[in-house]
Design a binder for this molecule. Structure first.
Ligand SMILES: Cc1cc2nc3c(=O)[nH]c(=O)nc-3n(C[C@H](O)[C@H](O)[C@H](O)COP(=O)(O)OP(=O)(O)OC[C@H]3O[C@@H](n4cnc5c(N)ncnc54)[C@H](O)[C@@H]3O)c2cc1C
Length: 452
């Protein structure tokens, strides 16, 4: 059976692009955190939409399950073959077309990285409005499949807000393509919206038409300290109200910041440590430094480090973006990416650590996130990576506060059994019907997101 699969796929994409050597396929079978690892008979690397369609059609005809994979930076175990599925890697589809300078749009293939799209946009005087730490590896296809968020959601929206059209291969191998880029186009169901956040279960995204935003080059970054968590959270609302140029407000805490400093040999950013920190970035056509300074003066901040020069701005961002990597160095973490209603955020921050400790006294709970969106990343280390009571403790608390169990990473396999906390039986049944319609043979990432 395995040999048949490999031979058949080789006839579709060429022998060189079906990888079977376990020492090579291994890196495609383990996720970024190291918590989710499986194995695969083959990693297939098509180079065009036609080849993707041929691979999917063959898999549909032969009942072979497929896990689509982009940069494999997903954090919920959705991009790796945990049940011996074939891995369909989109990385060879990496073309970025010329930016349309009139509409401010660009067509890109699914395997292009976020950084490649950002570079193309900047080169043409525009900007891609989505950004996060894994930009050099994460792909456009993966970001659509997860509806990725990142640090600029408050200003520009999530990935769904940037996607004007998609090209995708559905579960029977048919191709849907709508890349014209019309901004107003009410001609039936909006498949791009449906594919955003579908985690590879409805179609393989092969290309997208993306909306760009005007490029703004005058930037200032401030790292602010606060004696109390409440003060930091209140500051977030005030900054949003008073600064139209606000691009990012990121939240960190004393223990996480200290971990980043010790992991990467960085000095503390402020003269005195604080309980909570906000990393704030403003961007505009004219220097936004004065506007930011007067907004900061109205806050209860205990200290600030401010940077306008690009290198120094990047150094301040390192304190925030270093969190994911530093926590992973402690061992595979439980990663729970959640949103709380603004009124519940402080209470959740206060109680989540104690709730986790009731499950395992060894647990260390790390919090950070995108404060402007109420999005907290709850990471738990020091415990058994497979102990699902930890995930339950956090996600039940989120549900008690009427939050979302997935802010931006998706459900994957990691949170599949808790979907009912946020979705009614009727909603799940509707999603299953959609899945059956677009993937009639049930071969597209069949083990993620929805109950089996
Ligand atoms: C350091 C770090 C920081 C991060 N910060 C953020 C953040 O701030 N915000 C955020 O939202 N995420 C963040 N992430 C998570 C991750 O980068 C995103 O989920 C990203 O969108 C995944 O893209 P990818 O190309 O790596 O997809 P993969 O990890 O390869 O896949 C993710 C999911 O999409 C599916 N998929 C991939 N490509 C396709 C395709 N072409 N068609 C259909 N399905 C596909 C996979 O099957 C899987 O279910 C971070 C990750 C890391 C490692």
């Amino acid at each position: 059976m395995t040999l048949d699969v490999v031979d058949s796929l080789r006839s579709v994409v060429g022998a060189a692009h079906v990888l079977t050597d376990p020492s090579v396929t291994e890196s495609y079978a383990v996720d970024w955190t190291g918590r989710f690892a499986g194995s695969t008979p083959a990693v297939v690397r098509p180079a065009s939409t036609t080849e993707v369609a041929a691979v999917v059609e063959w898999c549909a005809d032969n009942g072979v399950a497929v896990v689509p994979q982009g940069g494999n930076t997903g954090l919920v175990g959705g991009s790796v073959p945990l049940r011996r599925e074939v891995v369909l890697s989109l990385r060879r589809l990496d073309a970025v077309s010329a930016v349309d300078s009139v509409t401010g749009q660009v067509t890109v293939a699914a395997g292009a990285t976020i950084a490649a799209v950002q570079r193309a946009a900047r080169g043409a005087g525009w900007e891609y409005g989505v950004d996060w730490g894994a930009r050099d590896t994460a792909t456009i296809g993966g970001s659509i499949a997860t509806n990725a968020g990142g640090s600029k959601v408050a200003r520009y929206g999530d990935t769904r807000a940037q996607v004007l059209g998609v090209e995708a291969v559905l579960g029977d191998g048919s191709v849907v393509s709508h890349l014209g880029g019309l901004v107003k186009d009410n001609t039936g169901y909006h498949l791009p919206s449906l594919l955003c956040g579908s985690e590879g279960t409805l179609g393989i995204v092969t290309g997208a038409r993306l909306r760009l935003v005007p490029r703004v080059d005058e930037r200032v970054v401030a790292l602010l300290g606060f004696a109390r968590v409440d003060d930091a959270l209140a500051a977030c609302g005030l900054l949003r109200r008073s600064l139209p140029s606000l691009e990012a407000v990121e939240l960190m805490f004393d223990d996480g910041l200290a971990l980043v400093c010790s992991s990467f040999g960085l000095s503390q950013p402020l003269p005195a440590p604080a309980a909570a920190y906000l990393l704030v970035e403003c961007a505009d056509r004219l220097d936004p430094s004065d506007a930011l300074a007067s907004a900061v003066a109205a806050l209860r901040s205990t200290g600030a480090a401010v940077a306008t020069e690009p290198g120094r701005r990047a150094e301040l961002w390192r304190y925030r973006e270093g969190h994911t990597e530093a926590i992973n160095l402690l061992g595979p973490p439980h990663k729970l990416d959640v949103t709380l209603p603004p009124a519940a955020l402080a209470a959740f921050v206060d109680s989540v650590g104690a709730r986790v400790l009731t499950v395992d006294r060894r647990a260390q709970v790390w919090l950070f996130g995108h404060a402007a969106d109420g999005n907290l990343h709850v990471n738990v280390t020091g415990v058994d990576p497979s102990d699902e009571r930890i995930d339950s403790a956090v996600l039940d608390l989120v549900a008690e506060h009427r939050g979302s169990i997935s802010a931006e990473h998706g459900i994957g396999t990691a949170k599949k059994q808790w979907l009912h906390l946020n979705r009614s039986a009727a909603e799940i049944a509707a999603m299953q019907s959609i899945k059956r319609a677009l993937d009639p043979h049930g071969i597209l990432n069949p083990n993620v997101l929805l109950p089996s």
